[in-house]
Design a binder for this molecule. Structure first.
Ligand code: SAJ
Length: 428
């Protein structure tokens, strides 16, 4: 089966880079998005996602005509669904985007086509949700058209590299579907391609992110235990990690982003009676912003009217993505306690949080502060010089929640530097 043109539905963090990758390899790609603003801005050469290397790629494939954009799918050899799967307030997966993407393919689906779902989804979504919708075309999955699930596994900030180099799993509803998927992704994937069935590959994706979530949860719980026992968690983890079979992750203000903080719920939703550990890990991570708040509150027992400068709001270092960010949760608690919060997020300075003053620069954020609260280990924060900071701010109390700042240097610079999960060096 020859794949010369592909229609990719959903031009977000995954769909757009994937479209660019295929187009660069000479495939004619039509990128489809239901949001007219995305289609319009791409038509004007404006890339709406901040990801290193993406703008250059997209601009070049647009210029040579191998990538086009549209608001509805066009006939193609293969279709890739890369739309978001957020969750509702009750933590159940919102599959409405997946459903409407599948429905939009039905009128253009032809005999011999391949359809691949990439969106992270609860187990059995390919078989029980996508397949019946596509079969409304009158064609039979596995016989008239091929259907597979292949999750993206790339790390925001390194998407261009990881899309190519990471191992890719492709789960077909039958062997022919998996093989067709392999033939397609081989066009740009250099990493190993592993074939399996659709439900296994759905579960693999959820297991990967759940594994990481549970591991971060234990690191966060350790940070609370360290507070209780007068230990420095950062020192304790560094020592424990010298054990050949131990690799504890980093505690911090919590787990954010649209993947790790969401995906484990898809397993809990699908089988609540047998996923207690996964649920608890989610709850531990979701309550970590409250732990950060309590730690600061111990250092500043009255927060009413106190001026706190918050450095970083993104969900993790060096990205402009604020979705599900635990830093925002911390800020909300500070506002609720009456603190006067000025926040500096260099990757999204004009983000709006009700009640928070967004600074236009680091200088502006710290100018009148009484305390500094570091919530994200952006590279540009890590290298801040405490001697220079001491000139910029009257604040001398600093709470570093991500272990970004060398305590000795900051203390020598005149700051009272406190770290999350460290009561050894700063008994409070
Ligand atoms: N975090 C910690 N401590 C750590 C590591 C991370 O608190 O030691 C926090 C981060 O600050 C962030 C959150 O966890 O708030 C998640 O960050 P991350 O870097 O672990 O992962 P994501 O969400 O950017 O990307 C993950 C990756 N999955 C795994 O590493 C198993 C990526 O490969 C997936 O493609 C992506 O989810 C996805 O799209 O599902």
């Amino acid at each position: 089966m020859e794949i010369n043109n592909i229609c990719i539905i959903g031009l977000g963090y995954i769909g757009l880079p994937t479209a660019g990758m295929f187009a660069k390899k000479g495939v004619r790609v039509t990128g489809v998005d239901s949001d007219p603003r995305v289609v319009e801005s791409l038509r004007h050469g404006k890339v709406h996602i901040h990801e290193p290397g993406l703008t250059d790629l997209v601009t070049s494939v647009f210029r040579d005509g191998s990538l086009a954009v549209a608001s509805v799918p066009v006939p193609a050899d293969a279709f890739i669904i890369a739309v978001p799967t957020p969750f509702y307030d009750d933590k159940k997966a919102d599959l409405s985007y997946v459903r409407s993407a599948a429905e939009s393919i039905v009128p253009v689906l032809r005999r011999g086509n391949l359809v691949v779902l990439e969106s992270t989804s609860p187990p059995l979504t390919t078989q029980r949700v996508v397949k019946p919708i596509l079969e409304q075309s009158g064609l039979k999955a596995g016989e008239d058209f091929l259907l597979a699930y292949s999750p993206e596994r790339v790390l925001p900030g390194q998407i261009m590299k990881e899309l190519v180099e990471n191992a890719r799993v492709i789960g077909g509803i039958n062997e022919a579907s998996a093989q067709a998927g392999k033939a397609m992704y081989l066009k740009f994937v250099a990493g190993e391609i592993v074939l399996t069935d659709a439900t296994t590959s759905e579960m693999v994706k959820l297991m990967e992110n759940t594994y990481r979530d549970v591991n971060i949860a234990i690191a966060n719980e350790f940070s609370r235990l360290a507070e209780r026992f007068g230990v420095d968690i950062w020192e304790a983890i560094a020592i424990a990690n010298r054990h050949p079979r131990v690799r504890i992750l980093n505690p911090g203000p919590g787990v954010g982003g649209h993947c790790i903080s969401v995906d484990p719920w898809f397993l809990v939703e699908s089988a609540p009676d047998i996923s207690r550990l996964i649920r608890t890990a989610r709850e531990v991570n979701d309550s970590q912003p409250a732990f950060v708040f309590e730690t600061l509150n111990k250092l500043m027992p009255t927060l009413q009217g106190r001026r706190v400068a918050v450095l970083g709001l993104a969900f993790k270092p060096d990205v402009d993505d604020l979705r599900e960010s635990p830093a925002i949760e911390v800020v909300r608690e500070l506002i609720a306690a009456g603190a006067v919060v000025t926040a500096w997020e260099p990757f999204k300075p004009d983000f709006v949080i009700p009640g928070v003053e967004m600074a236009a620069s680091l200088e502006e954020a710290v100018r009148d502060a009484e305390a500094l609260l570091l919530l994200v280990g952006h590279s540009q924060f890590k290298t801040l010089d405490p001697a220079e900071m001491a000139q910029l701010t009257p604040a001398r109390l600093v709470l570093d929640t991500v272990n970004a700042w060398p305590a000795e240097t900051w203390r020598a610079g005149g700051f009272t530097l406190e770290k999350l999960g460290d009561r050894k060096n700063s008994p409070r």
